[in-house]
Design a protein around this ligand. Sequence first.
Ligand SMILES: [Zn+2]
Length: 280
Amino acid sequence: MTWTVDGVRISRVVEHVMPFPVDFFAEATPAAVAAEPDLALDFVDAHGRYRMSLHSYLLEVDGRRIVVDTCCGNGKERPLIPDFHRRTGPYLADLTDEGFAPDSVDAVVCTHLHLDHTGWNTRLVDGAWVPTFPRARYLLGAADLDAWGRSDDPLHAPAFADSVRPVLDAGLVDPVAGDRALADGVELRATPGHTPGHLSVWIGDRCVITGDVLHHPIQCRHPEWTATGDGDPDLARATRRELLETAAASGALVLGTHFAGSSAGHVVRDGHVYRFVAED
Ligand SMILES: [Zn+2]
């Protein structure tokens, strides 16, 4: 898949696609999911579970290569989530095939510091976790660095240690507080709620990479639904509403960070909620 928006070339590397249970969203019911037949089968599988994709977006702008989100990584000890544990996938070969050899990457953006967005920040070399992208600046939300750096959460403390601490120690991190230009016409916008330092990537108002402001197209129909991991559900809801409204008003290409299928589409206002119209 490739898209071009205002001279920015965007492609995607999928690490893996997996089912998530209906109650990933606290307020969801099987009936509410079944009431959205447009979402089958790209986004909801035959068993009524959400199909969720873990992928990176690759941006090429003015000759610079930017990777947005780095999935789960290989070889990470994640016994609490079997799908994330000691993975052995071909992600780096796929990235290279897309023209993004690790040592050619100029910048890495993690929309936030949850473990499914930071994994390939590092890789294991001779028993040590080292930066996968040694020439890159890593742009990470300052408030997330603060929050997760102090956390003893059993999922995220180990992930911070093996996927964030090594790039900090290598001096490769630029903390991002608030909105910030990333490249000509491309900016990071603060979208807090899921995590305190969460960032989304915008190309003007013409394209948005959502991060986990949205996890799934069904949240266009139900912006109030709370995702597992939303640290501040009320703020996450307000941020989601704002992003959906901006995307609907501007007709932006919406690239969902966990959307399966083509991952791409547009948000259309429908009464006081929205519909997601997927691209083929
Ligand atoms: Zn995520």
